[in-house]
Design a protein around this ligand. Structure first.
Ligand SMILES: Nc1nc2c(ncn2[C@@H]2O[C@H](COP(=O)(O)OP(=O)(O)O)[C@@H](O)[C@H]2O)c(=O)[nH]1
Ligand SMILES: [Mg+2]
Length: 389
């Protein structure tokens, strides 16, 4: 899953981290004062005392006969001559630490600006090349830059991979948009809970419905399937086959009938039989075909579903992102199921859809079996993409 993108991100983090390490090393080397002054900070008081000593020594020349005077005299000379040049450089003895903190707080120490620029270009190239939506790529770049500077201020001496951490946070921010607890939402709602599935032909709507019937069964929730795809010949048979395999009830009308009526019947059946969840299939339609989009609006009106899930395939990349946007406009979606993630090396749709629609990706389809459905967990996806923390 997403192997191509993973590789590109890895190359970016390694290259950029090398420059960050260099910049930090250079900064620490350039700033020996900081350490020296730390030490001086403690020496300084005796240095000050030493400054006063020669005068005291001169005026009490006779007093130098005393044991104490002798003992103090010699070392005081030594300390005096040693500390003088440093005192000239650091006229604010003891404030070296503050100075260092100020220097680092500029954020400039993280990485040379030109280097950062060229790494961000590399990252942009990787993201766009993996079909990440332009605006989403920009958001990630801005996040990485911001996090990189911020992180470095906080953890300049850390040996961890600052670039990877910065990327992790930026990615998480864009892919976690709108996430909610799906199971809890369904569990807490009044029953039956009605879910409608939309999307173009062949992306995996019907398969995902079958997978979700299995998913709910594992959580102790009963389902009825409704074949609202009254458009395509063979659609009834396909869903019936799934229903048989999974031992689920199915409601269907003959081809060409009103999809809203089929789903309405399924809701009535669920009401009468205490079924928890209605899974309503719809015909695949192009987002450009007005008539079919109107049909979706009618289902929305007549059924008023609890949730509308947009289904598309990860492998469609940018096309999936564009369709998500348009389906959301036609009939507001609550989330996305991204199928065929198992066959997608790019990850562009997985990274972009939530940010573009403002609605979360809720599930990933990861194969053709009924159990090949995973909750989309942003943290796990980020780990998958750039390695665990
Ligand atoms: N590899 C893979 N294939 C899938 C996945 N989901 C669906 N498919 C396949 O995609 C094809 C179309 O699925 P279907 O449910 O009929 O799409 P629909 O037209 O949107 O209802 C079928 O051959 C499915 O087995 C998935 O997550 N991974
Ligand atoms: Mg179908």
């Amino acid at each position: 899953m997403f192997d191509g993108l993973k590789e590109k991100l890895d190359s970016f983090t390694q290259d950029a981290q090398e420059d960050v390490d260099d910049a930090i090393d250079a900064e620490v080397e350039d700033d020996p004062d900081a350490d020296a002054v730390d030490g001086d900070g403690e020496d300084a008081p005796s240095g000050d005392r030493a400054d006063g000593e020669p005068l005291a020594g001169e005026s009490t020349g006779d007093g130098s006969d005393t044991d104490g005077g002798e003992a103090v005299e010699a070392p005081s000379e030594a300390v005096d001559s040693e500390s003088e040049p440093e005192s000239d450089e650091e006229d604010d003895d003891g404030r070296g630490l503050t100075k260092r903190a100020k220097l680092f707080a500029t954020g400039k120490t993280v990485i040379d600006e030109d280097d950062l620029e060229s790494h961000l270009e590399e990252l942009e190239f990787a993201l766009l090349g993996s079909d990440v939506e332009m605006e989403v790529a920009q958001e990630i770049l801005a996040g990485v830059e911001e996090n990189l500077v911020g992180e470095t201020r906080r953890r300049l001496s850390s040996t961890g991979n600052l670039v990877r951490d910065a990327l992790r946070e930026a990615l998480y921010d864009v892919i976690s948009v709108g996430q909610f607890d799906f199971d809890e939402r369904v569990r807490a709602a009044e029953k039956p809970f009605v879910i409608i599935f939309t999307g173009v032909n062949g992306v995996g709507k019907t398969t995902s419905i079958a997978k979700l019937a299995r998913y709910f069964e594992r959580r102790g929730l009963s389902t009825v399937l409704a074949n609202g795809d009254t458009f395509r010949a063979g659609a009834n048979e396909q869903l019936e086959q799934h229903a048989r395999n999974l031992d689920k009830k199915i409601i269907s009308h003959e081809q060409g009938s009103d999809p809203a009526a089929v789903i309405y019947d399924a809701v009535e059946y669920a009401d009468a039989n205490d079924v928890d969840v209605v899974l309503g299939d719809t015909a695949g339609r192009l987002h450009t075909s007005d008539g079919l989009m109107d049909q979706l609006a009618k289902i929305d009106r007549v059924i008023d579903p609890d949730m509308t899930l947009f289904v598309d395939e990860a492998v469609a990349g940018q096309d999936a992102v564009n369709r998500a946007r348009e389906f959301d406009h036609a009939s507001e979606i609550d989330g996305t199921i991204l199928t065929k993630a198992d066959a997608d090396p790019q990850g562009g749709a997985a990274i972009s859809i939530a940010h573009v629609t403002g609605k979360p990706i809720l599930f990933l389809g990861t194969g053709q079996d009924y159990d090949d459905l995973e909750r989309f967990e942003p943290e796990r996806i980020v780990d998958e993409l750039i390695g665990e923390e």
